[in-house]
Design a protein around this ligand. Structure first.
Ligand code: PLP
Length: 466
């Protein structure tokens, strides 16, 4: 039965001192990095801890509970992500998406050695770029539609042409479902259809999509899908790889040790049949995986379509409000809807200064700079950076000056955010635009492009009573 109540989150009423001397309830608009934790995650941890035991055993009661609960976590992930359990396996790995992508990149390189070319979209987080460079002979970056600051999603016609012209050489395509910078989504179903027609595999980085709506992996026919539990309201949880079982057979266990092998003698060893166990050598993050599965189950019960609608409406309100502000550039194709995140700049106020003032004076948490997606952010900023007037800047200050301009402000929304939150942000941005010089005099610009308040400083231990 569907449970309609919205999940509860921890930390929505946290307040912090500000530079004006007051204390304000913190507004968290940084969910693309890590959203607040769902209460359900904490409840799952608290429920499991009194029964804590290692898995892979039925010898005593706690071991039976842990082993079965861990198996439930695997099947729940598949179920919520719309991945048919006959075809797909879920694997809990390392700290997040990064660990899972490195695993796939390394594995596919050795599983398909004659295909030494990988296509990577031009909007990727470094986690879905650098491992492919590291483990493959050649990477070609997939162009995006549009140009300049208003680029869109991956250009499907150019992708089709690349696949047709290099069908024997391309091992796989690495692409994110949603950009962590602009919130633009890629046409994953079309990518999979084109790739599969040429025997090319598809690795989808779902770090920015799982918390924002349905994933439908079986219908999309995705080969490998990765995401981070901490981005789905379960900060204590591991990364996840969901992969077609038929493909995992060729990847072979990469991290060897206990749990992944059925028998070992001094000369040989044999893997267990279960593909998840084969990839999860060692003691897994049992409780974290159960916490994550509990949150996923809660989101599904609430309704993943409802989650998606909430996000879409909030992002539309945010995008329209920002576009109506004077001297604001909202990056990426304005025609496209955004999921979860959006990046912008105010013309006369550096990204680092905007983010610092939002935090120090308004207790609003956003993120700035390049969001571990330097090539993508640089491509969106290219024209702006070329047009910088360096004549009035001392030559030895050029680099610091450019650093102050090389970046954006990113606002990202989560299920706990509301239209009132967007209004609070927009009012704060209005005040910053109108009083930029007044605020700027309290800040020192650092060489890396960030800004530090001259007198206001948060004492973290005193603030949280640690
Ligand atoms: C799209 C995308 N991919 C990968 C990552 C890396 O995730 P993690 O740090 O959890 O490994 C992030 C993190 O922000 C991301 O947004």
């Amino acid at each position: 039965m569907r449970m309609r109540s919205k999940p509860n989150f921890i930390g929505l009423d946290t307040s912090y001192p500000t530079a004006s001397g007051e204390s304000l309830t913190r507004l968290h608009l940084d969910g693309a990095a890590s959203p607040l934790a769902a209460e359900t995650a904490l409840k799952a941890v608290n429920t499991m801890l009194p029964h804590y035991s290692n898995t892979h055993s039925y010898v005593h009661s706690s071991a039976q509970i842990s082993t079965q609960a861990f198996a439930w976590a695997h099947s729940t992930v598949l179920d919520v992500l719309g991945a048919n359990a006959e075809d797909y396996a879920a694997i809990f790995l390392g700290s997040g998406t990064t660990a899972a992508i490195n695993r796939v990149a390394r594995g596919l390189r050795s599983a398909r050695p004659t295909r030494n070319l990988v296509l990577v979209s031009s909007m990727e987080h470094h986690a879905n770029d650098l491992p492919h460079r590291q483990f493959n002979n050649e990477v070609i970056y997939l162009p995006l539609t549009g140009d300049g600051a208003y680029r869109g999603a991956v250009d499907i016609e150019q992708l089709r042409e690349l696949c047709e012209n290099n069908s024997d050489d391309i091992n796989y395509i690495a692409i994110s479902s949603v950009s962590n910078v602009t919130g633009v989504s890629n046409p994953i179903k079309e990518v999979c259809d084109i790739a599969h027609a040429h025997g090319i595999l598809v690795l989808v980085d779902g770090a920015q999509s799982v918390a924002h709506g349905p994933s439908e992996l079986s219908s999309l026919d995705v080969d490998f899908f990765v995401f981070s539990g901490h981005k789905v309201y379960a900060p204590m949880s591991p990364g996840v790889l969901v992969a077609k079982k038929s493909l995992l057979e060729n990847l072979t266990g990469q991290d060897l040790g206990g749990g992944s092998v059925a028998s070992v003698d001094p000369y040989n060893f044999h893997f267990v049949d279960d593909p998840s166990a084969r990839e999860e050598s060692g003691t897994p993050n049992i409780i974290g995986a159960i916490a994550l599965a509990s949150v996923l189950q809660e989101l599904e019960a609430y309704g993943l379509d409802t989650v998606y609608q909430h996000d879409l409406e909030l992002m539309n309100v945010l995008k329209e409000a920002l576009e109506s502000l004077a001297h604001v550039t909202v990056y990426a194709d304005p025609k496209l809807s955004r999921i979860g995140a959006l990046a912008f700049n105010i013309k006369a106020v550096d990204h680092g200064l905007v983010a610092a003032i939002l935090n120090d004076y308004f207790a609003i948490a956003v993120r700035n700079e390049c969001f571990c997606a330097h090539p993508y952010v640089s491509s969106l900023l290219k024209e702006e950076l070329w047009q910088l007037d360096l004549d009035h800047v001392a030559e030895d200050q050029h680099e610091a000056f450019i650093n102050q301009k090389r970046g954006m402000v990113r606002v990202s929304v989560s299920l706990y955010n509301t239209t009132e939150d967007i209004s609070r942000l927009i009012q704060a941005l209005d005040q910053i635009s109108d009083n930029a010089e007044h605020y700027a005099q309290h800040y020192k610009a650092l060489a890396d492009g960030s800004y530090r308040h001259q007198t206001f400083n948060l004492d973290w231990k005193a603030t949280i009573g640690f």
